[in-house]
Design a protein around this ligand. Structure first.
Ligand code: DX5
Ligand code: ZN
Length: 224
């Protein structure tokens, strides 16, 4: 199981300290939410912030681009230290060129899908991606409540992965706490992005450990 704290829920006045805290927490990836004020009604941070925190951790940087024109941002984020770039399937005809561009920059490819978008939209790209990020809230803000209706999408993603013999990660993002992480693990998810659900706990290290334990337990219950 991969636990990926989202920097969006960190204290922005202390980004160095917060990054070091994530590094020491035993987490696997750092999730970086980029919002452009157009694709979603909020603005977060850009490549300069990613570059500023990069020296303080060797965790894999998973950059989630909630942006209407991600093509202009790919190179700057790669230069800033992104390892994986996740773009949204709602961008439709732009998806194929975006996947190409990310690959040509030598980085891993993630594809994200919003709650109202049907899973058929991602099916054509499954063999070209490293992760499928199933949004479990409508993107734009941290701290929202998990949308239970997204669970069948996770099951579908897991069924396709089995049937098509593919290896993409199934990432869940939005409203992930100890309870919803376990539900998602049971449905087939293996990467858990959590902002409020982890940073809101007293000990980040303890919270990462607990989420890992609960998701592993829920996933093995699925297999029995
Ligand atoms: C939502 C972002 C999430 C966000 C999750 O727009 O994509 O990654 O940080 O925040 P929580 O875990 O607080 O719902
Ligand atoms: Zn995200």
């Amino acid at each position: 199981m991969i636990i990926a704290p989202s920097l969006l829920a960190a204290n922005f006045a202390q980004l160095k300290k917060e990054t070091v805290r994530v590094q020491r927490s035993g987490a696997d990836w750092l999730h970086l939410d980029v919002m452009d004020g157009q694709f979603v009604p909020n603005i977060s941070f850009g490549p300069a912030v990613v570059k500023a925190v990069r020296p303080f951790t060797n965790l894999m940087f998973d950059v989630h681009l909630m942006c209407g024109q991600p093509e202009v941002l790919l190179e700057p984020f790669v230069k800033a230290g992104a390892d994986r770039l996740t773009v949204h399937v709602e961008l439709d005809t732009q998806v194929i060129p975006l996947i190409w561009k990310i690959r040509s920059l030598g980085r891993e490819v993630g594809l994200a899908i919003n709650p109202p978008t049907a899973m058929q939209a991602v099916e054509p790209y499954l063999h070209q991606i490293d992760s499928l990020l199933v949004m479990t809230v409508n993107p734009g803000f941290g701290g929202q409540e998990f949308i239970t209706e997204t669970l069948p999408k996770i099951q579908q993603a897991a069924a396709w992965r089995r049937e098509k013999n593919l290896r993409y990660h199934i990432v869940v993002d939005g409203g992930i706490n100890f309870k919803t992480a376990a539900e998602c693990a049971h449905a087939g998810a293996d990467v858990f992005v959590a902002g409020t659900g982890l940073f809101g706990q007293k000990s980040l290290k303890g919270a990462v450990k607990k989420m890992r334990h609960l998701t592993e337990k829920a996933a093995s219950a699925t297999l029995l």
